[in-house]
Design a protein around this ligand. Structure first.
Ligand SMILES: Nc1nc2c(c(=O)[nH]1)N[C@H]1C(S)=C(S)[C@@H](COP(=O)(O)OP(=O)(O)OC[C@H]3O[C@@H](n4cnc5c(N)ncnc54)[C@H](O)[C@@H]3O)O[C@H]1N2
Ligand code: MOO
Length: 419
């Protein structure tokens, strides 16, 4: 029997999407620091100040000149004259000259003239104005120099950087409270299928609760998109056309289901009728994900996801995620579709896998440890219509289209999808 679809290699998908993305202008918005976790910066961020703004002690002790402690030990201490105390959080006017010391708390400002700090436990107080040092210090010991952390004018984050929790702390430390970030890509998710019901509904015979709207919308949120769950739309031309049309103000529209034989002609007809250039591709040589549709309607990308939950998930995590990263300003167009080495871990396969040549295959994999402490990859083999395989999998194994499978015990690269 003939294949009902022409299966295009993912390379063709990337070429077509890149042609569109290259002309896409990304919008920018100003955000408060508190709202910027996980957001992508839209310009290089340079430090406006030095951090720390003054040289400060990292211990409780005495600010000294290191040379005055040269050769000091418990049996041969050196003596220093106490000239005062640094007050925490205040500028000090003290100056430490040769043979002198000033008490300083952890984080306190180093007085002029001092170039090291003696820890309190390496000293003995002889009287009110004399201490002895039992330690020989090097210049710079127990202090952080002005601008040592981040210098004024230093590029802290490059355009396209995703802000992590630790980054928010660094920005706060520099007094940056507002920053320009790319707007989150707006993505609508439509589920089609007359058998579908919302999760809260009682299922009658033949009905299935909508999984894809929920798995996909949640994943989109996680990767930095602004998803809009449209819900379940009936499998008829007027409803679907109307529903897609309503979402054409979005950057991306995902339609789950109705991409295969059954009603595919209707989906294609709708997408071709709503604007130019319409459907660019139908059918991909990936497993699962064969009946994927790619369309551009004026300024909006529309992707038809196969209805099986495993297939919709694979197409979203493998292909859609890359588009989102470009639309979010996180990834350059030239890097789209290339494997990101940063999130790959290696593990030993617990069993052999056979794969069809000519289709890139994506298999969920559970990661555990074997008795020797090695990471073990347990493939969750099964049908793409099952959600449980995805639930059990921690990562995904990709089998390239020219490979016929993997061997038992082979060390494979795994990509962590959600962490
Ligand atoms: N004769 C052939 N039939 C099919 C082929 C084929 O090559 N020849 N390909 C199969 C493959 S592969 C896939 S994938 C599916 C794709 O079908 P559709 O994209 O048209 O999806 P539906 O038919 O609407 O649904 C498939 C399946 O998934 C369930 N589904 C759909 N949406 C959801 C949802 N939101 N939540 C949970 N489950 C959902 C739906 O009830 C169906 O059981 O076609 C094969 N057929
Ligand atoms: O391609 Mo279907 O998407 O294998 O399950």
């Amino acid at each position: 029997m003939r294949e009902f679809l022409e299966l295009n290699p993912p390379k063709i998908f990337w070429e077509k999407i890149k042609e569109y993305l290259v002309n896409k202008e990304l919008e920018v918005e100003k955000l408060n620091l508190d709202e910027s976790l996980g957001r992508i910066v839209a310009e290089d961020i340079l430090s406006p100040v030095d951090l720390p703004p003054f040289t400060r002690s990292t211990v409780d002790g005495y600010a000294v000149r290191a040379a005055d402690t040269a050769g000091a030990s418990a049996s041969m201490p050196s003596f220093l004259e106490l000239v005062g105390s640094v007050v925490m959080g205040e500028k000090t006017e003290l100056e430490v000259l040769a043979g002198e010391a000033a008490a300083v708390p952890t984080g306190g400002m180093l007085p002029e003239g001092a170039d090291a700090v003696l820890m309190i436990e390496n000293t003995e107080k002889i009287d009110d104005i004399t201490i002895e040092s039992s330690k020989s210090l090097g210049i710079g010991e127990n202090l952080v120099k002005k601008a040592e952390d981040i210098a004024k004018g230093e590029i802290l984050f490059k355009k396209g950087h995703k802000l992590m929790a630790r980054d928010i702390g660094a920005l706060a430390g520099l007094g940056i409270t507002e920053l320009k970030c790319f707007k989150k890509p707006a993505v609508s998710v439509i589920s089609t299928g007359d058998e579908l019901i919302p999760p809260e509904a009682e299922a009658e015979a033949g009905q299935i609760r909508d999984i894809n709207s929920y798995s996909i919308v949640s994943y989109l949120k996680k990767i930095g998109a602004a998803p809009n769950k449209v819900g379940i739309i009936e499998d008829n031309l007027a409803s679907l056309k109307n529903s897609v049309k309503n979402e054409l103000n979005q950057d991306l529209v995902l339609i789950s289901g109705g991409s295969s034989v059954g009603i595919k002609d209707m989906t294609i007809e709708i997408l071709d009728s709503l604007g130019e250039p319409g459907v660019l591709l139908h059918g991909l040589s990936i497993k699962p994900g064969k009946p994927t549709i790619l369309a551009i309607i004026d300024q909006t990308i529309v992707i038809g996801l196969p209805g099986h939950p495993g297939s919709a998930w694979t197409v979203t995590t493998v292909l859609v995620s890359e588009i989102i990263k470009v639309l979010a300003g996180e990834k350059n167009i030239s890097e789209i579709g290339l494997d990101d080495e940063k999130y790959i871990i290696k593990a030993k396969l617990s069993r052999a896998i056979v794969s069809d040549k000519g289709r890139e295959e994506y298999i969920p994999v559970k990661i555990t440890k074997n008795s020797s402490g090695e990471l073990l990859a347990i493939p969750q083999l099964g049908k793409s219509s099952l959600i449980s395989n995805l639930v059990k999998g921690d990562a995904v194994l990709k089998i390239k289209s020219y490979q016929e499978g993997k061997e038992l015990g082979e060390i494979v690269d795994l990509k962590i999808i959600e962490n």
